[in-house]
Write a protein that binds this ligand. Structure first.
Ligand SMILES: O=C(O)CCC(=O)C(=O)O
Length: 281
């Protein structure tokens, strides 16, 4: 279902794909999934975080490429063009001016690059014996919003750990975002406790659709992804959720739902921004 100029409804596909250490194979797999999603009527297709490479600080440099000239960008552009869909390209390790970023590129149905979002909050966690990860050893953080329109729907982006920062979601809301998308790769320790809670909270706080799209779980990988991709509505309800296996989730969404919820509980009109600056208290 393709939205007209002002139309605000379409089908979204959340691709929870299996990811391996062979970049070529990951790109071929992603292309198959995007084709399958198109055949099922999706107009917006979302891939997971780091979909073309293992999620590992020791190999980000080896897999990194420039956007839009690298092979993964060219492949994503083709996927979008051949299937005439909007593609939110999860993320890939991006190389730019001797720096690495964890970056999400977005492609329109003609295969043109719409925007690039660089993960703003880098995943640094140290839970001894359970999960230790330091993205900031490899990546430089981004510092810019990336907001774009699909028909009458305004879309915003974060990547995984970014969902832990409600301020980022609120900045997107202030730009008029109706649908906030987080490609992700939560681990199996924080995942069961925090993943849906964060995604539901961001949706509820900001009265918008929120998607989290993870890779499928591979217990032989150095970093084991939680899976459980899901989509939340502006009322904070989970509309669809995967288990840990490879799958594609589909959901028709209508931005009218955001308008209704925002009218019923007018949080935006009631914010006491005059009170929220702690320096002024
Ligand atoms: O915040 C977490 O628990 C996991 C974050 C993560 O896996 C990521 O940012 O890729």
């Amino acid at each position: 279902m393709a939205p007209q100029q002002k139309q605000r409804q379409f089908r979204v596909a959340l691709v929870q794909m299996a990811i391996c250490s062979n970049k070529e194979k990951n790109l071929v797999r992603a292309a198959q999934k995007v084709k399958e999603a198109k055949q099922a009527g999706a107009y917006l297709v979302i891939l997971p975080e780091c979909f073309n490479a293992p999620y590992s600080t020791s190999t980000f440099d080896e897999y990194a490429e420039e956007i839009p000239s690298g092979p993964s960008s060219r492949a994503m552009s083709e996927m979008a063009k051949q299937n005439q869909v909007y593609l939110v390209g999860g993320s890939i390790p991006e190389r730019s001016s001797n720096r690495l970023y964890n970056s999400c590129s977005v492609w329109d149905p003609k295969g043109n690059l719409v925007t690039v979002f660089r993960k703003v909050h880098l995943f640094n966690m140290d839970i001894p014996g359970i999960c230790t990860f330091s993205e900031s050893e490899a990546f430089t953080p981004g510092s810019e919003l990336a907001v774009f329109d699909i028909g009458g729907c305004r879309v915003g982006l974060g990547i995984c750990y970014d969902m832990r920062f409600p301020e980022w979601a609120a900045l997107n809301r202030d730009q008029g975002v109706d649908f906030l998308i987080y490609p992700g790769a939560f681990d199996t320790y924080t995942g069961p406790i925090h993943w849906d809670l964060h995604l539901r909270s961001r949706a509820l706080d900001n009265q918008m659709f929120v998607a989290g799209v993870c890779g499928a779980r591979d217990t032989s990988a150095s970093y084991v992804s939680y899976g459980h991709s899901l989509l939340v509505d502006p009322w904070g309800r989970i509309m669809v959720e995967a288990d840990e296996k490879e799958t594609i989730l589909y959901q028709d969404i209508d931005m009218k739902h955001c308008d209704e919820v925002r009218k019923q509980i007018p949080l935006n009109k009631q914010r006491r921004v005059d009170l929220y600056d702690s320096k002024k208290q």
